[in-house]
Design a protein around this ligand. Sequence first.
Ligand code: ATP
Length: 472
Amino acid sequence: MNFVNPVFVPAPNIDTIVSLAKRRGFVFPSSEVYGGLGSAWDYGPLGVELSNNIKQSWWRWLVYDRDDIEGIDSSIILNSLVWKYSGHEATFHDWLVDCRNCKDRFRADKIVDNKCPKCGASDFTESRPFNTMLQTRLGAVADDDPSALAYLRPETAQGIFINFLNVQTTMRRKLPFGVAQVGKSFRNEITPGNFILRTREFEQMEMEYFVSPSAEHSKLVDYWVEQYLEWFASLGVSRENLYLYEVPQKDLAHYSKRTVDIMYRYFPEREKPWEELMGIAWRTDFDLSTHSKNKLDAEGKRINPDSTEDLSYFDEPTKQRFYPHVIEPAAGVNRTVLAVLMDAYSEKTNDKGETRVILKLTPQLAPIKAAILPLAKNKPEIVGMAKAIKRSLQPVLRAVYDDTGGIGKLYARQDEIGTPFCVTVDHQSLEDEAVTVRDRDTWEQERIKVSDLAEHLQKRLKPYPIAPPEAQ
Ligand code: ATP
């Protein structure tokens, strides 16, 4: 195909990504053989690699590259008292309305212009609270035994708060320091939808950054917003597609004094394209004090008679004991996967109107780093050499061997799944021990000695650098 003066087109809507994701093995509708399960999705062979690469990038950036953050992995099901004292049992509500005309249910804050999103009518019931924590029962007990009630966590954060002292004492940490966790959370969303943007089971990457009550909390919120903007840039998400939303006081969660949401342009086709990608909240000392046995209310009564621990911190320099405040950047893995795919998507159309999809994933996120392609699959020497090259690259980078089509088709398939490099083994390779390396974005080809190949590719695959953290 001749791509003179190609026109690049970004993803026009989420549906384009849904179709690519299914066609190329990134994301499949879940339980499809039984007609699906409303808005549940499964990651396929390429999707699991992309999502793992995002999680690894996040973990490396926070837990390894910085010196002030530890990682943990807490249980999904916690003692249900955690959710009583965190405030989730009483307040983790969405406001629900019924459309009197079509009988469907919606989240009240998602109704635009008082019109039913399904039938267009404007006749709703009064809104009422609906607790979105998913319940389960533990143990072989009677169905109505209240002591068996448990919840699937709606956020990973509480697992961090209840482990604050464990981490602080075992790792001998002094403030400020953070604890990071990545894992599944569950919310019984009233209206899940828009592909992996809103599902009932999803993954979060949360970090709780513990600081003194006298720290400059608002400045720290700004600091983490800036850090995350850089991290998203390193994942290939364009700054133009991000927007900062200062959550108004009246909409803040019960624990928050300030929250800034980073919104992504998930709906480029709409007048209001933005939806939340992540939030950065100053959660005050609410969580550590609410889980502590010694914290007293205004009348001098213990606010938590069930806790057996006090999650306060003794500050050696000031000789003071206090409950640390927390700055929390909470990001969604699935929403990051979707933003990354939307930003990476591009269509190249030539002057004859022929179109090709190229997924411009950053090399660090690409599910496959190099595809090894034999030019002639009926030549055993070429096939043997290509397979040996694949095996030799595997210890240093993710490589695949593919001979399921002509070379043009193989290149097109790798472009569409974002593979940065195609390595072609041809007749000449048998003579000169060299291969052709083709670049996904420029389509330029370079001849490289097989003995230099691993080093050559590794150099070009280096993750995009993120500025080192400033001194705290
Ligand atoms: P929304 O207003 O969109 O429901 P939220 O403000 O309730 O989101 P948070 O409680 O701040 O979300 O959770 C932190 C992050 O977890 C969100 O920014 C998002 O990336 C992710 N997240 C939350 N709910 C879902 C969901 N149902 N599906 C996928 N990701 C989610």
